[in-house]
Design a protein around this ligand. Structure first.
Ligand SMILES: O=C(O)CCC(=O)C(=O)O
Ligand SMILES: [Fe+2]
Length: 355
């Protein structure tokens, strides 16, 4: 059996092109019904609980050179499932270059972007967020997914002028891998684990699987009534998100607190605990529900790097966390098997693999 994550996309093709092909946002002057998530601001909406802009508790910001970094990370993973990191070693100039190339891509005319559209059973290329199939309404966003070299799709976008785009995207993925591995180590250490040899196999694997997702949230004529990216958890071990300098990301803290904005910090990366890390930690670390909203004046870009295990590795709660009082909560799954569950059950996928 082919255990690569792209196989999961082959096994669950998207049959409705409306769930792949984005709107031509540049020509739309009024929010169409297809993208209207709420009829009025006050009506019952899928937007419960409400945004809490004045929460006293922002998502933790952690300086990776802080001597107490391990404890800070543990607290953030247990209480939030999300934090921002500074001093992560990625030059701001590289982040700006990735942002620049991403803007260049999404500024192309819709007709040209569609030359690189994702195939119904494909994982990479241009298109709507894959979770679109789970919602009646369409999201106000478009994306471009990359695994390794983006050459094939980039050539379709720019037959003669794709070298810079490809170089920057490949360089960024290499740098992200280093940060992701470092954070994996810190997260496991923070669980009080002496990381054992058998864990190292997938802690620093030669061939991890990873996906780079460029997200674009165009300027919207009626941002309060639509959704950029609907609430979801990430299916990765962890995700590193660069959200440039425009607000839009929100995390659901607890039902009593509601949606909390994650304000951009210049040069910082947002770290999300993914569903697989939640499994590894036997439920101790949260995988946070988050979403992105849009705005009227600024075209927002974000760049997400989803880091996961090699294809053959089964992810399961770490043995050291299991004892009589703490039985394993989840059964072992490969990333592909988990994505299969997600493709069918979406936000209930974790429940489906509960023991
Ligand atoms: O754009 C954002 O801030 C969030 C993106 C995200 O959650 C994702 O790509 O999974
Ligand atoms: Fe996400």
């Amino acid at each position: 059996m082919n255990n690569s994550i792209s196989q999961s996309f082959k096994d669950h093709p998207i049959n409705n092109l409306n769930h792949i092909v984005p709107l031509d946002f540049q020509t739309v002057l009024k929010l169409p019904q297809s993208h209207t998530w709420r009829s009025t601001r006050t009506s019952l909406s899928p937007d419960y609980p409400p945004v809490n802009p004045c929460t006293k508790q922002p998502v933790p910001i952690i300086d990776l050179t802080n001597p107490h970094v391990t404890k800070l990370i543990r607290d953030a993973c247990e209480n939030w499932g999300m934090f921002q990191v500074t001093n992560h070693g990625i030059p701001l100039s590289l982040m700006k270059e990735v942002e620049g190339q991403t803007r260049r891509l999404f500024a192309l005319p819709s007709k040209q972007k569609l030359l690189a559209v994702r195939s119904p059973d494909g994982l990479t290329g241009y298109g709507l967020p894959r979770i679109s199939t789970f919602f009646v309404k369409m999201m106000w966003s478009e994306g471009f997914s990359i695994m390794g070299s983006p050459l094939d799709h980039a050539t379709q976008l720019w037959p003669h002028d794709h070298a810079k785009f490809c170089d920057v995207m490949e360089k960024y993925q290499k740098e992200m891998k280093v940060v992701a591995e470092r954070l994996m180590g810190l997260m496991l250490t923070s669980l009080d684990l002496e990381v054992a040899q058998e864990d190292l196999k997938w802690l620093k694997p030669k061939s991890p699987q990873a996906l780079l997702q460029l997200n674009s949230y165009p300027i919207c004529p009626d941002p309060d009534r639509t959704m950029g990216l609907a609430p979801h958890t990430d299916s990765s071990l962890l995700t590193l998100l660069y959200q440039s300098n425009t607000n839009g990301l929100q995390i659901l803290k607890d039902d009593s607190i509601g949606w909390v904005p994650v304000d951009p910090v210049n040069g910082a990366l947002v770290v999300n605990v993914g569903d697989l890390m939640h499994i590894v930690s036997n439920g101790r670390f949260k995988s946070a529900l988050h979403r992105a909203v849009v705005n009227k004046t600024r075209h927002r870009i974000s760049i997400a790097y989803f880091y996961g295990p090699p294809r053959e590795v089964k992810i399961s709660p770490l043995m050291k966390l299991i004892d009589y009082d703490h039985p394993p909560v989840y059964r072992a799954v490969t990333w592909k098997e988990y994505l299969d569950a997600k493709a069918v059950h979406f936000n209930r996928a974790l429940e489906m693999i509960k023991i």
